[in-house]
Write a protein that binds this ligand. Sequence first.
Ligand code: TPP
Ligand code: MG
Length: 597
Amino acid sequence: MAKTVSDFFVERLHAWGVRVIFGYPGDGINGVFGALSRAGGKIRFIQARHEEMAAFMASAYAKFTGELGVCIATSGPGASHLITGLYDARLDHMPVLAIAGQQARTAMGGHYQQEVDLPSLFKDVAGAFVQQASSPAQVRHLVDRAIRTALGERRVTAIILPNDLQEMTYEEPPRAHGTLHSGIGFTRPKTLPYPSELQRAAEVLNSGKKVAMLIGAGALEATDEVIAVADRLSAGCAKALLGKAALPDDLPWVTGSIGLLGTEPSYKMMMECDTLLMVGSGFPYSEFLPKEGKARGVQIDLAPDMLSLRYPMEVNLVGDATETLRELLPLLEQKAHGSWRRDIAANVEKWWQTLEERAMQPAKPVNPQRIAWELSPRLPEHVILTSDSGSCANWYARDIKIRRGMMASLSGGLASMGAAVPYAIAAKFAHPDRPVIALVGDGAMQMNNMAELITVAKYWREWADPRWIVCVLNNCDLNQVTWEQRVMNGDPKYDASQQIPDVPYHRFAELIGLEGIFVDRPEALAPAWERALSAQRPVVLEVKTDPEVPPLPPHITFEQAKHLSEALLKGDPHESRVIAGAARQALASLLPGNKDE
Ligand SMILES: Cc1ncc(C[n+]2csc(CCOP(=O)(O)OP(=O)(O)O)c2C)c(N)n1
Ligand SMILES: [Mg+2]
């Protein structure tokens, strides 16, 4: 049989190093599936339950391996289902290639079945490179360029293949005018600023007395360098959500997360510093950074368009975090460890105690914060953590003490619900020998994570370490938003939009052959984690949690506090519980008069 365009396509992906593709089939892309089948396992196809989940998997695979993530879908609805997962990769700067089928070239423009204008659909999310192939000799450079662009620019790219083209005999581009003769291969360059710029940065940092650092996903590979620079500058360091695993939390000067899901020591440090060094972070909220003009700033980022975006920096360094910090270090003078760092460490120590006290507050029936608190000391070495968007992201960000060698990620920039389980599945295909734990709200579970448990049931037996745990926080509420409505908008809980059905998640797990554990007493949490972590198969650990424990930011403005009290006065159906419950203490500090702003 002659080599088809699809055979060539699969061969070329393989030559680029692609070994895993996440996706879902359909007649618009059958040609490529046929070729994948003929390729005899050279590239592994992982079947998700939904194309959006496959795209989340590709995004997470890129995050956990540093390699290209690839997802595939059929024409029309399959392709449009990919979009949200692709935006996740786009917003978190992940290299992902989307492959989509399309109607036959002979039908296009004819309002044909499943005909969607895919180049237009993908144009925003895959704007760096999106092309619909129209001839066999074009496919070689489309693959080469889509992958090189994705890797080189850390962007999402897309190739759309009409189904008649997929089955045609492949032709190499002839040596003729109007053809391209492309090749494969990409290695990341070493990106460093000019020495004069490094010197300018060092001057700013050397003249500071109170240096604060903020690191993000760009610093994940730069742990030693961040520690060395922070020690030289006697700085404290906060971590943006995607940079959680960049520094271990047992260092006394690490203030943990920042922002709405952040910590008080991070907030204080940013308000009091005179110098800010930001590394590899697109952390969005300027109000958690120093007031403009209050601190001198230096930023390091690989992407020029992320520089001086949240705070006007004095020195903007385009560079790789590891390499740039290494070059910067010898230019930095050793600062004495004085009251600045001592105060940060004291704040951090006090904050961990506060978190413990908050986690141990009684609640009805289980305080969700305690889930993370009990998990933290039990985290196995090299665990990979994921979290969904929802209140659990607060506990993930603040309460989990991460150690060296662990990985952790979530849908950061997009903050999409429904990412934690596909992320956790991709983590297993990236590192089958590492335990994986996902924290997920019940709303996110119902939205789509639950269906992906079927994917886990399908594949887990092949994972070298079977430990794969999803902890479901069952509060029958879209809790994060309920609290946002109360605090940000001053509205009472709107049951019609916020209340969600009670579902026995642990029993669903059992039905499909996984292990189910149910907890509705705080004392049962620790043994439940122990059991889940020693289980011989994937586990759904369902915990009945209290929706009245507020997942509130460490710093609330007077305005927000006022809104909250208004909501309570307007008659939130859950008002009496809110006031009387475990939230009482936290709320007291929010009410007008108790904050100085
Ligand atoms: C796809 C998507 N839809 C809606 C939202 C808005 N949103 C953010 S958190 C949240 C509530 C999540 O509820 P649940 O998963 O039950 O977690 P909880 O906050 O109750 O712990 C919603 C609706 C979102 N981030 N993503
Ligand atoms: Mg919920």
